[in-house]
Design a protein around this ligand. Structure first.
Ligand code: UDP
Length: 249
């Protein structure tokens, strides 16, 4: 099924979503790991979607704290650096869960790594049942394995949790033919298929993530999460965003 955009409708395009938030979005312009104003805005936007009855899963990156590939060095094994990156996603997840709970939104961190004093360990059946009951789950610690990114984990958890779409919230309103900050002629791309993303190496998500989405035909919507109300607007098919899905026949 090809998803048609509904630019002037109040109808929501998706009912069960996985929202991917990178660590960079969480940091914003702040010199701290997490910008409290951004966190507050994200919580309000997530609350808006939740109140519309949207079933929400979240994957939050850790790039605002540690990225394994960058942190690794001759004195720090990549596998250890990646574990540090996974722990960073747990910290971000805890912050988001706490901020949502402060607004009485039911949110819980679920970790791929076992850390019972900190949060629940991921268990597929339990999580699926909780999402069905409108519990917001924040999937932390990535896949529990090194050499993966949280983009790939976002696709994986979206598939497992039977989500309709992965919504990747960024600081721009989708994908452009060139960097719009450097090239005023850069064209905004409203729809793309997975193959175009792979062939042109459009850096919206890493290749492993796009390939997993392509193999399982789950759409990815790239939108501006830093704009107030951006999540609901994108869910209504309004404003600018990029939808990546299967090839149009
Ligand atoms: N990570 C990992 N395995 C996973 C997911 C993440 O080892 O399954 C580590 C990896 O080091 C990565 C870091 O966690 O760099 C933070 O995730 P990511 O870079 O995807 O965060 P984002 O760029 O979305 O903020």
């Amino acid at each position: 099924m090809i998803i048609n955009q509904a630019p002037f409708s109040d109808e929501l395009m998706f009912q069960r979503i996985l929202l991917k938030i990178s660590g960079e979005v969480l940091r914003g312009a702040s010199s701290h790991f997490i910008d409290s104003q951004i966190l507050e805005q994200l919580v309000l936007d997530i609350a808006q979607a939740y109140e519309k009855g949207i079933k929400l899963c979240l994957v939050i990156g850790g790039g605002n704290i540690v990225r394994g590939a960058k942190a690794a060095s001759p004195h720090l094994a990549r596998e250890t650096a990646d574990l540090m990156g996974m722990l960073a996603t747990v910290m971000n997840g805890l912050a988001m869960a706490s901020a949502l709970q402060s607004k009485n939104i039911p949110a819980k961190v679920v970790s791929a790594l076992h850390m019972p004093q900190v949060c629940t360990t991921y268990e597929y059946q339990d999580c699926l049942a909780e999402v069905d009951k409108n519990q917001i789950l924040i999937f932390a610690a990535g896949s529990g394995n090194p050499y993966f990114t949280t983009d790939t984990v976002a696709i994986l958890r979206a598939l497992e949790m039977k989500c309709d779409v992965i919504m990747k919230g960024t600081q721009v309103d989708g994908v452009y033919s060139d960097d719009p900050r450097l090239n005023a002629q850069a064209e905004h791309l409203t729809t793309l298929d997975y193959q175009e993303v792979l062939t042109h190496n459009l850096r919206v998500m890493d290749m492993t993530a796009i390939t997993l989405a392509q193999e399982n035909q789950i759409p990815i919507l790239i939108f501006n999460l830093c704009k107030k109300g951006g999540l609901l607007e994108a869910l209504k098919g309004r404003g600018k965003y990029t939808l990546i899905q299967k090839e149009k026949k």
